[in-house]
Ligand binder design. Sequence first.
Ligand SMILES: *[C@@H]1O[C@H](CO)[C@@H](O)[C@H](O)[C@H]1NC(C)=O
Length: 314
Amino acid sequence: MHFFTLRSAFSWLLAVAPIVSHCASLQKVTSDFGPNPRNVGFYIYVPDKLAARPPILVNPHWCHGDAKACYSGSQYAALASRYGFIVIYPDSPNTADKCWDVSSNETLTHDAGGDSLGIVSMVRWTLDKYNGDPNRVFVTGISSGAMITSVLLGAYPDVFAAGSAFAGVPYGCFAGNGYGVWSDACATGKVKKTGAEWAALVKAGFPGYTRWRPRVQIFHGTSDEVLNYANFEEEIKEWTTVFGFSETPTSTTPNTPVRGWTKYVYGSNDWLEAYSAAGVSHNIQNQEATAMDWFDLTCVGDGCFKWGKGGPKA
Ligand SMILES: *[C@@H]1O[C@H](CO)[C@@H](O)[C@H](O)[C@H]1NC(C)=O
């Protein structure tokens, strides 16, 4: 569509010299890209001009959404064109409600199957095909996209460098018997665990893993009517314990990045930050600029993502 608009607008110029020869767009990958037992759909945005070793951002959609809605619903494709990274938009195989599988033992466990393995296979294939930077793989999503973000960070700490979750729940909160099981108890904020219990769940997602863990950024509206705000506190307990941080923030900044939102930082080295959005419902507004900063994705050239190694271990 965009291409044709451009084309007609500049057709008088095109008659002289071809200016617009190629425009990147959302593509569906249909080739075999590795283990994908749940048949998750693979959509990708590869900008015309890539960084030398392009970072990868995974952006899973929300329930009742899909890859195309996610692609057109944020600025990430435009930002990818500006900074030369690749965006992967996975598409849920669950046609009933298009929510992600965040319940099955397979999805919660490293390399065991479920939706998470299909998504990770997309990352591995993309790193290989485009000479991507394995130290700069990130994930962000809203609602069900945030829930699978937590799952990916917990089960694949070796793949992801950082994540940003908007209105989600802790890793393991929906754990249940089977794929795509909805947990009313978790959604309504009734699943409460100690930090140690949450951390034990995360560690069970990848038994024996002792290397560094991805950075975690979370956002939650205090008036969330779909995934209760109590999950914000549970997520903080989960990740502070995994990282060995105190649950008391080391800094608190009001009105950041939006008036009425409060930013809390935990630990000493910017490994965990959480934003409480006063009065905001489940329909929380994406904050691409804040997530881009968190991922250091505006950095181009050498020396990006310097904090990547040597962070907190499991
Ligand atoms: C998956 O199931 C096994 C066997 O019941 C259990 O030991 C493991 O902790 C489970 N993993 C997760 C991440 O819940």
